[in-house]
Design a protein around this ligand. Structure first.
Ligand code: SF4
Length: 465
């Protein structure tokens, strides 16, 4: 069903459009769509919403505004009132509900922490006010519980991110600007040279909390180049993750390099244990490669291991997903991350107009993951949601007791400064009152190499003081 939103006064056009998109493919935006007017007005401590559309019952509700002397808090409340009532309107018109109700554009855990600060019962509020399902509200609460002792601790320290945007081939769902490794091109040593300058140029004069080398597939580098990067990082016993996303890139030599340079956590990402799917999504490795890589990492050092999976991959049924997850649980990695397939612009799937929509199957997979992983001793410890996922579901990281990856929590909750190096990396400085400053590096590898001097100057300036 197509909709056209008309709003006046304090305009929340984008937020309302996001609510329509959350209902895709059952709702979409169109200039020819059914006109719906959605307005919120405020007078003193009273707010009123009005959602009107010719062929549907009007929703009009009054609310009391709290903290009416704070423009920021008033705005936050007005937006919540309007979005929630607009969600109710669409939900009734389409006769559908969404697992995350009216939540769009905000991380559920961030909202949970905000509601806690407001003195509310966040789990209850998520269900009763925001229309989040009980299962998802419990998930968010469990994540916040698991984060205790990690969330916003050691904020005097900073996190360190290094980007290696190279991969052995391109996965069909990938929209990152990672380059397919081409030994003939010879730009890898040049990239590593520039990256090492970037890593060392403006290191903050305070302790480091966690290191994360991601990409791309950092283990696409040769053992020598990988060693140079890890040496430059100069770990001193901090949590230290290296993503070895593609199992076929892991060799005993590279694992030995990681061990020697203080890596503590390695991500080996199967995505699925079904060969047919691996072939379909452009992974170009075998199921056997996953087992081999896992064994090699276990034999090569005392690393914690993470394994990533994706729900709703092409052609996969609930049984396929269940099989993959069960295999992973048998292997017993310390962390398992379950992503919802997101079809992003720029990916092969988006170009192919890939469609594997089934919100019910997606929900079933996501619920199975939560239930089964909890039974197997894992707790969900961080989450985020992306657009363009079936059923607008979430990505969740699960960890065995005491095995939380601090870096993942810090990044999702935006609690720590981040010193980030490499093409497309984004450094962050966190100030009080929710102010966050960001510095993004040039995304394309060619531009990064050409402008490294300028990038370094900006970075020194950014981390001054
Ligand atoms: S391994 Fe990751 S970064 Fe590389 S192509 Fe696949 S999804 Fe993209």
């Amino acid at each position: 069903m197509k909709w056209k939103i008309e709003t006046t006064g304090e305009s929340y056009q984008h937020e309302l459009e996001d609510v329509v998109r959350a209902f895709e493919p059952f709702a979409s935006l169109s200039p020819e769509g059914e006109a719906v007017s959605a307005v919120v007005t405020a007078e003193g401590t009273v707010a009123e919403t009005n959602i009107k559309c010719k062929n549907y019952p009007t929703i009009s509700r009054k609310y009391e505004i709290q903290n009416s002397d704070s423009p920021l808090l008033v705005k936050r409340q007005l937006k919540r009132f309007l979005k929630r009532d607009f969600y109710d309107f669409l939900s009734a018109a389409l006769n559908r509900t969404l697992s995350y109700g009216s939540l769009t554009g905000i991380r559920p855990t961030k909202l949970f922490y905000e509601l806690l600060e407001e003195g509310k019962d966040p789990e209850k509020e998520l269900v009763e006010y925001f229309r989040v399902s009980e299962e998802k509200a419990r998930l968010v609460r469990t994540i916040v519980d698991t984060q205790k002792g990690t969330y916003a601790t050691e904020t005097e320290k900073y996190d360190f991110f290094v980007n290696i945007p190279f991969c052995p081939s391109r996965c069909h769902y990938c929209s990152f600007l990672s380059e397919v490794i081409n030994p003939k091109k010879g730009n890898l040593p040049l990239y590593v040279d520039a990256l090492i300058r970037d890593i060392r140029c403006a290191v903050p004069k305070k302790p480091r909390r966690a290191i994360y080398v991601g990409g791309g597939t950092p283990t696409s580098l040769s053992p020598e180049l990988l060693d140079r990067v890890l040496e430059a990082i100069d770990a001193k016993g901090e949590e230290f993750t290296v993503e070895a996303g593609r199992p076929e890139t892991l060799t005993e030599e590279k694992i030995a390099v990681m061990n020697r340079r203080g890596v503590t956590r390695v991500s080996v990402n199967p995505q699925t244990f079904k060969q047919e799917t691996l072939d379909l999504i452009g992974r170009r490795h075998s199921v056997e490669d996953i087992y081999r890589a896992y064994r090699a990492v276990r034999d090569g050092g005392a690393f914690d291991v993470n394994m990533d999976f994706i729900t709703m991959l092409p052609g996969e049924t609930f049984e396929d997903f269940k099989y993959s997850l069960d295999q992973a649980i048998d292997l017993a990695p310390e962390n398992i991350t379950v992503h919802s397939l997101s079809i992003k612009r720029g990916s092969v799937f988006a170009e192919q107009k890939y469609d594997n929509f089934s919100d019910r199957t997606a929900e079933k997979m996501s619920s199975y993951a939560l239930e089964t992983l909890e039974k197997a001793g894992y707790s969900p410890y961080y989450m985020y949601r992306q657009k363009n996922t079936t059923g607008r579901l979430e990505n969740v990281g699960y960890a065995k007791k005491g095995k939380i990856c601090k870096y993942n929590v810090d990044i999702m909750e935006e609690t720590h400064d981040v010193y980030a190096s490499g093409a497309g990396a984004i450094s962050k400085r966190i100030f009080g009152d929710g102010l966050i400053r960001r510095l993004a590096e040039v995304k394309e590898i060619k531009g990064y190499l050409e402008r490294i001097g300028e990038i370094i100057d900006k970075k020194i300036e950014f981390f001054k003081g």
